[in-house]
Design a protein around this ligand. Structure first.
Ligand code: NAG
Ligand code: NAG
Ligand code: NAG
Length: 206
């Protein structure tokens, strides 16, 4: 008999193993390598989320590179190339900033949606008490993966950024990722999965 805590730890381990296998089993090239100009440094930001909603709920509305309306505050108003074909670009505004991103890889499977894109630089002001943040470019991979036998979804953002302030870059990107995913989950009415797959954990309730 396992305690709830041990059971949760096991569930988390199994989720981790399942994801590792999925990623290794895929041919998705995570093309996140970036080269920073002089006086600019690489930052790495990884945020992950799990929700009690099946994968298709998310991918039905996030499956188009040209349509980012699922991400609150993001407006795409100009595109080049063909949607979901690497080399396509999307440009628009986010919180008053202009972005221009090029799709570098995409993989759609029945159990996952993975996409990577590269973004051009801009200067960002996070708020009145923050210094201006110069971003010299970024590479981002967004993954949606089905977990818990299709009942839940694991989502993560992996971002490499060139900037003049690594600490502020971490804060800004984490905030952007979390606000995007909170907004999306709210739209879908999806609740956060706290660690144990629904109806799959046969643990004692203490
Ligand atoms: C973009 O996606 C939203 C959400 O799924 C949808 O309502 C809207 O019609 C889409 N816009 C276009 C131009 O396809
Ligand atoms: C569309 O986006 C461009 C930048 O990509 C911006 O300069 C322009 O003001 C935007 N136009 C509209 C109508 O929002
Ligand atoms: C975004 O960048 C691409 C690639 O450099 C370019 O072809 C496209 O015109 C740019 N879009 C805007 C709106 O600047």
């Amino acid at each position: 008999m396992l305690s709830t805590v041990a059971c949760r730890a096991l569930a988390i381990t199994f989720i981790g193993l399942a994801l590792t296998n999925n990623v290794q089993g895929s041919n998705h090239p995570i093309s996140n390598d970036i080269v920073c100009p002089t006086n600019s440094h690489v930052s790495f930001v990884h945020n992950s989320y799990t929700y009690n909603a099946p994968l298709h709920k998310f991918t039905d509305i996030t499956g188009s590179f040209f349509n980012a309306s699922w991400n609150p505050g993001v407006i795409v108003n100009s595109t080049t190339g063909t949607d979901n074909v690497p080399g396509a670009t999307r440009s628009g505004s986010f919180a008053g900033y202009i972005f221009n991103e090029t799709l570098t890889a995409i993989e759609k499977r029945s159990d996952a949606l993975l996409s990577s894109y590269h973004g051009k630089g801009f200067t960002f002001i996070l708020g009145p008490s923050y210094p201006a943040l110069r971003v010299d470019g970024y590479s981002e991979t967004l993954r949606f993966e089905s977990i818990c036998s299709g009942k839940a979804t694991y989502i993560d953002f992996i971002t490499y950024t060139c900037s003049d302030n690594q600490r502020l870059t971490y804060t800004a990107w984490s905030m952007a990722h979390t606000s995007a995913l909170d907004g999306l989950a709210q739209t879908l009415g999806a609740t956060i999965l706290a660690g144990v797959c629904p109806e799959e954990a046969h643990c004692d309730k203490h």
